[in-house]
Write a protein that binds this ligand. Structure first.
Ligand SMILES: Nc1ncnc2c1ncn2[C@@H]1O[C@H](COP(=O)(O)OP(=O)(O)OP(=O)(O)O)[C@@H](O)[C@H]1O
Ligand SMILES: O=C(O)[C@@H](O)C(=O)CO
Length: 421
């Protein structure tokens, strides 16, 4: 079985989001946690997405890990590689999107790359090279206040040029909507002018499909999960990808658990929505820092809850409370302490039979998946745009939904568990 498409994602929920797009287009996808060793077997899959935690890692470390992931995928036959970054272009002036892109281009011997973070179903669109979140420019959206990667500019060309080696240019929507030939012509024109990074406009899924068709000969592309929307069809047209495969739900039937570390408005709304129905507890960071065994106490409490009732444990708080906690303990330490606690809870509670688990937040998902020692995830059906059910590739599979902070409707937790019953 040949690997058709490989991808390198800069965070765990981003990897799941991309897998979801590929599975929705009929591919069998596996998410791999970190760069695996030579011997690990992930079974048959058309697409493999390596999930890294490189979004805010030191630039050099992010580049080295991304190159190792690229080499691993190409060694397994991937003819197309997608560099997956956030649909809100989460990065700093130092990187890491620019630095990773430059390194991958050099490795893939490409002079030009097409980049497109659009994700229209979740409100991320690109017009004239500017990224919008819903009705707002990225720089006017809540992303301007992100604690780690505040986004204060919406021009992807400027953002990209600030963190990379070359020049950017735009294929405007008017050209994209003329079709694949027009897009290819525009890319060639930009390349002839010395442009390295071609930002393609897209405001609908139809635009992304046209863009995908135009990229049939590109061995390296970059973007949000939307950049991959049209790629499976190229593989089908060229006879490499077989029949459409329907994803299977995870098989776990045990107790239900939500672990939430995301403080986004969407996650807080989802928590509020089930607070009266799920047994729930908020983690008290002061107790952890004071040395109390919060993990043991919460584990005992969760196990003692009625069997049929979902249990929810969360650190999530509103911006004022988060700010106060960060001032008290430091941004990094507060995050790490809570992530570690949620990771430990995942270990104890999955062992106690909570094998249907939703995790909210990208960093939090990284912490939980790493704590559980998961090597890979088989991707199942979609719960909400960008979020599928997955199943751990392990002797005792756990059903896992890794939810990006901003994704999902208010009813997300019920929607997800409802699919499994
Ligand atoms: N009450 C709190 N005070 C301070 N930090 C918190 C609090 N609750 C959670 N955190 C930390 O905030 C961070 C949230 O990041 P995470 O990536 O999990 O969510 P997100 O940014 O909403 O999601 P995504 O990256 O998918 O958009 C984590 O490091 C978490 O530990
Ligand atoms: O592209 C997105 O918005 C998500 O997949 C993501 O990367 C969130 O961290």
């Amino acid at each position: 079985m040949t690997l058709l498409l490989g991808a390198i994602a800069d965070d765990f929920t981003g990897a799941t989001d991309l897998c979801n797009t590929l599975v929705n287009e009929g591919m069998r996808a596996v998410q791999i946690i970190g760069v695996p060793d030579e011997t690990t077997d992930f079974g048959d899959a058309d697409a493999m997405v390596i999930a890294l935690k490189t979004r805010t890692a030191p630039v050099q470390e992010a580049v080295l890990q991304s190159l190792a992931a690229y080499d691993w995928l190409v060694a397994r036959g991937a003819a197309v590689v997608v560099e997956k970054f956030c649909s809100t272009f989460d990065s700093t002036p130092e990187g890491n999107i620019g630095a990773i892109t430059d390194a991958l281009m050099e490795r893939a011997q490409r002079d030009v790359i097409v980049l497109c973070p659009a994700f229209p179903e979740n409100g991320r669109t690109i017009y004239q090279g500017h990224l919008f979140v819903g009705p707002d420019l990225l720089s006017d959206s809540s992303m301007k206040d992100h604690p780690l990667t505040p986004m204060r500019d919406a021009s992807i060309v400027r953002l990209m040029e600030a963190q990379s080696k070359g020049r950017g240019g735009v294929v405007p929507l008017q050209i994209v909507q003329q079709g694949p030939d027009a897009i290819r012509g525009a890319i060639d024109d930009l390349a002839a002018q010395g442009v390295r990074y071609v930002i393609a406009d897209s405001i609908t899924r139809a635009d992304l499909r046209i863009l995908g068709a135009a990229l049939a000969d590109h061995t390296l592309v970059g973007g949000g999960s939307g950049i991959a929307l049209g790629l499976p069809e190229n593989l089908r047209q060229s006879g490499q990808l077989g029949e459409f495969r329907n994803p299977e739900l995870p098989r776990a039937t045990g107790r239900r658990l939500v672990l939430a570390g995301s403080c986004s408005a969407a996650t807080r709304g989802q928590i509020a929505h089930v607070r009266d129905q799920y047994a729930n507890r908020k983690i008290n960071i002061d107790d952890i820092v004071a040395g109390k065994d919060v993990v043991a106490a919460l584990t005992d409490w969760a196990i003692a809850q009625p069997d049929g009732m979902p249990v929810m444990i969360y650190a999530s708080a509103d911006p004022q409370e988060v700010k106060a906690t960060q001032q008290k303990y430091g941004v990094q330490r507060a995050g790490e302490v809570l992530e570690q606690t949620l990771g430990q809870l995942a270990i104890h509670l999955t062992a106690a039979g909570f094998d249907r688990l939703i995790v909210a937040g990208g960093e939090t998902s990284g912490a939980v998946v790493s704590a559980l020692g998961v090597q890979g995830l088989r991707i199942g059906p979609e719960i909400a745009p960008g979020v599928p059910w997955t199943e751990t590739l392990s002797p005792h599979p756990v059903a896992l939904a890794l939810k990006s902070g901003n994704f999902g409707a208010e009813t997300f937790f019920d929607d997800a568990f409802g699919m499994l019953t």
